[in-house]
Design a binder for this molecule. Structure first.
Ligand code: NAG
Ligand code: NAG
Ligand code: NAG
Ligand code: NAG
Length: 411
């Protein structure tokens, strides 16, 4: 469909339903954090062969238990999110979605009760289209209202609405419709839209003003996978298109570069730091997709780094930007509340050893404050320098790694 027509259609739609304010459900004022099944557990449904790893209430209960026992919840990781492949293959006699009865014998409502009892929140997955990406029950335009009510009845706290098997016109109707339908249930439900990712993620095809009026977070780009190549491709794409993306983000509305791969098989410790640092600079949702039962201590320490989480969750909610890029190097900066900053020096070289850098504030547009700035190395967890406009701090960054600084004014 022609883009102008699409925009016209959407404005008409909005006028008809009489809603032109930003999405005002009071949720996700900082980027949501939690765990989601998809990348690690995919569409594993054979519970005989994989009793502990198949998409079943058992898996989500186990992750909920770990989120509480191992300190994740206290750090802010509060959502336990189901992804694709949870549903039965047919709707019930009333036309409602229903979970696979063998894998979810307590129903989604039973699982939600368990998760809530633990002080956590439950997320579910839907797909606007005749079926999900994995071939399970989709949400048609005619069932949007019913499905929203069903999720609310189940006491779900978040919905990720995917877009496989729909066309652009259907999405331009269905994503807004679900936003209003969720609101009409009266239950606060964080709404994650995959909509922009299905429209190439950029202006003018995507109207981010509109998207941020409808959704709390949204996927912009490709699915991540457990490889450095994909992580760096996502980082590059977000940097290359930051003029379109950066203004869209703010409290209650976030760009989503996709799940955290840390704790899986594809990223080493340096690469894991790089993913986390840039995601924090991007004010990205922190959804791990890993196995919390077997995660290494090293990966856990990275994901539980308090200063990293503090940066990601900064109250100003301003997405950071890439301020320098050459062949082997990128510098990312995020302005934080209270005159603080985060800076990520990303060495993208694929050969050679650690590279030397020096940090001084004036070229970064960080103006001198009367008593200077304390500089913390986030992953080394230490104060590394005190800077005013006369000082520099020298350090090295490994290839395919990052050094992330947190800069706090002393004045
Ligand atoms: C999109 O799908 C609808 C059916 O739901 C169909 O009527 C319409 O022609 C399709 N539009 C395009 C552009 O394919
Ligand atoms: C529904 O939208 C109204 C108006 O934006 C808002 O005040 C209210 O909190 C929303 N309710 C829910 C449950 O999202
Ligand atoms: C984008 O959406 C907003 C809000 O619905 C609307 O006011 C604006 O005109 C749209 N922008 C374009 C370029 O269509
Ligand atoms: C993962 O992403 C990389 C980089 O885009 C791609 O080359 C590779 O094929 C992907 N792997 C899978 C299994 O999709």
């Amino acid at each position: 469909m022609h883009c102008g027509t699409l925009v016209l259609f959407i404005s008409l739609y909005l006028t008809l339903v009489g809603l032109c304010e930003p999405l005002d459900n009071g949720l996700a004022r900082t980027p949501p954090m939690g765990w989601i099944a998809w990348e690690r557990f995919k569409c594993t449904t054979d519970c005989k062969l994989y009793p502990d790893n198949c998409i079943s209430e058992r898996l989500f209960r186990a992750m909920a238990d770990k989120l509480v026992e191992d300190g994740w919840k206290d750090l802010g990781y509060q959502y336990v999110n189901i992804d694709d492949c949870w549903s039965a293959m047919v709707r019930d006699i009333n036309g409602k979605l229903q979970p696979d009865p063998d894998r979810f014998p307590s129903g989604i409502k039973g699982l939600a009760e368990y998760v809530h009892f633990k002080g956590l929140k439950l997320g579910i997955y839907g797909d606007l289209g005749h079926s999900t990406c994995g071939g399970y029950l989709g949400t048609l335009l005619e069932t949007v209202d019913l499905d929203a009510r069903t999720f609310a009845e189940w006491e779900v706290d978040m919905l990720k609405l995917d877009g496989c098997n729909s066309n652009s016109t259907e999405r331009s109707i269905g994503y807004p419709k679900m936003s209003y339908a969720l609101n009409a249930t009266g239950r606060p439900i964080v709404y994650s839209c995959s909509w922009p990712a299905y429209e190439d993620g950029l202006l003018p095809k995507v109207n981010y003003t509109l998207v941020s009026q409808l959704c709390n977070l949204w996927r912009n780009y490709d699915d991540i996978n457990d490889s450095w190549n994909k992580v760096i491709a996502i980082i590059n794409w977000f940097g290359d298109h930051q003029e379109d993306l950066q203004p869209a983000a703010g409290p209650g509305r976030w760009n989503d570069p996709d799940m955290l791969m840390v704790g899986n098989f594809g990223l080493n410790q340096d690469q894991s730091k790089a993913q986390l640092a840039i995601w924090a600079i991007l004010a990205a949702p922190f959804f791990m997709s890993n196995d919390l039962r077997t995660i290494s201590d090293d990966a856990k320490a990275l994901l539980q780094n308090k200063l990293l989480i503090y940066i990601d969750q900064d109250k100003l909610g301003q997405q950071g930007v890439r301020i320098k890029k050459d062949e082997d190097f990128q510098l990312w900066k995020r302005k934080l509340a209270h005159g603080q900053f985060a800076l990520a020096y990303l060495n993208t070289a694929e050969r050679g050893g650690a590279k030397s850098f020096s940090l001084s504030l004036p070229p970064l547009g960080i103006k001198d404050c009367a008593h200077g700035y304390n500089v913390y190395d986030v992953f080394d967890k230490k104060l590394v320098s005190f800077l005013n406009s006369n000082h520099t701090h020298s350090f090295r960054v490994n290839p395919r790694s990052v050094v992330l600084f947190f800069i706090r004014p002393v004045c």
